[in-house]
Write a protein that binds this ligand. Structure first.
Ligand code: PMP
Length: 399
């Protein structure tokens, strides 16, 4: 017997498995609405012009030295301005402990490890449903998980009453994972007023809000607007944690660039917290990769490139919002008696369609349409070329 005879194959990732099946299908009609990455109206991956431009600046100037343990200070500084606001007093007062992370996933994981190390008895409250990897992240960090109500299957919207009830019921001082905008997989966000109520109740309960912000700018087309929930919590005086990712809003998926920040009581605490975050990163990967960090810091620190980025991120968001309209209109034109209002009410990359696993199976088997069995449609995979076909198929399996 060998060293590893006790190793069984790991279960397949439900999302990556969809793409595999799609690639293996020879049908010319096939549609992939499983993938969580932006596509243009021809179904092609996109590299933003501002990124190309930044890369031209880097070429020739880039050395291959290590970044500091906490990553690029310039990238961090720009990221904080984006999340906390250009003129944030917290930035001025140096109260935010922040490190460059391996995109949004790495930021969440670093935070989970930090939470476990310094508050070993704490738990994390996670919304139902959520991005499946959240469960893996806090599980591997050995932080016990609790859940809170979020989505209402009947309304295909927010279950605000139960959400508030769960926040109330949680022991004072609990940790909550919140999606800052464009909740994955539901596309359902609280309204501004609801965020204010949530923030108020957090204050009463002394809960800790950890914001996973994987879609800033990508949801509404405006990064300021998408940061609204965070800004409300900041106004209310919360000490927050925040995971940022440039995968979606700059299309830097494979560069793995993001930022983890924790707002502290004062500068001294922030220095201590940052040093401990670095301490956790050091034995895992020493320091983060340099290329993506340079792209981000060049774009965000150059006014022309930044305004080009703002335009391009809006183009992506607008295309998705347009496809939501088109999908809903097509379904209504077909005479579907069901309500498809949620398709346009939801926001961000995903539409939580409400289709059952059996209906999704029919879409795949009869129409070569690939998506996760929870009925989540990646709007990024919808184009003017396939939206009619998609609507027809959805109508067929839901009538
Ligand atoms: N959080 C959420 C809610 C996400 O949807 C994603 C991307 N699917 C991430 C975090 C992390 O993505 P990345 O690590 O590529 O930044």
């Amino acid at each position: 017997s060998s060293w590893w005879s006790n190793v069984e194959p790991a279960p397949k990732d439900p999302i990556l498995g969809v793409t595999e099946a799609y690639l293996a299908d020879p049908s010319p009609d096939k549609v992939n609405v499983g993938v969580g990455a932006y596509r243009d109206d021809n179904g092609k991956p996109v590299v933003l012009e501002c990124v190309r431009e930044a890369e031209r600046t880097i070429a020739g100037n880039l050395n291959m030295e290590y970044l500091p343990m906490g990553g690029s200070n310039k990238m961090i500084e720009e990221s904080l301005k984006l999340a906390y606001g250009e003129d944030s007093e917290f930035i001025k007062d140096r109260r935010i402990a922040a490190v460059q992370s391996l995109s949004g996933t790495g930021a969440c994981r670093l935070f989970a490890d930090f939470q476990k190390r310094f508050l070993p008895d704490s738990q994390i409250y996670i919304p139902v449903p959520t991005w499946a990897n959240h469960h893996n992240i806090w599980r591997d960090a050995r932080v016990p998980q609790q859940t809170f109500h979020y989505y209402h299957p009947d309304t295909r919207g927010l279950d605000f009453a139960s959400l508030m009830e769960d926040i109330k019921k949680a022991p004072n001082g609990s940790f909550f994972l919140l999606h800052a905008c464009a909740h994955n997989p539901t596309g359902v966000d609280p309204s501004e007023e609801q965020w204010r109520e949530i923030s108020h109740l957090f204050k009463v309960k002394n809960h800790f809000p950890f914001f996973d912000m994987a879609y800033q700018g990508f949801a509404s087309g405006d990064p300021e607007r998408d940061a609204k929930a965070i800004r409300i919590f900041l106004e209310d005086g919360h000490l927050i944690g925040c995971a940022q990712s440039y995968a979606k809003n700059m299309g830097l998926y494979g560069q793995r660039v993001g930022c983890l920040s924790i707002l502290c009581e004062d500068e001294m605490q922030a220095v201590a917290v940052k040093s401990q975050l670095q301490q956790i990163a050091r034995p895992m990967y020493s320091n983060p990769p340099v290329h993506g960090a340079l792209i981000v810091s060049i774009i965000l620190s150059d006014p022309d490139l930044k305004s080009l980025w703002l335009k391009e991120v809006k183009v992506m968001a607008d295309r998705i919002i347009g496809m939501r309209k088109a999908l809903r209109e097509n379904l209504e034109k077909l005479g579907s008696p069901l309500s498809w209002e949620h398709v346009t009410n939801q926001i961000g990359m995903f539409c939580y369609s409400g289709m059952t696993p059996e209906q999704v199976d029919r879409l795949t088997n009869e129409f070569h349409i690939y998506m996760t069995r929870n009925g989540r449609i990646s709007m990024a995979g919808v184009t003017t070329g396939n939206v009619t076909y998609l609507a027809n198929a959805i109508h067929e399996v839901t009538k």
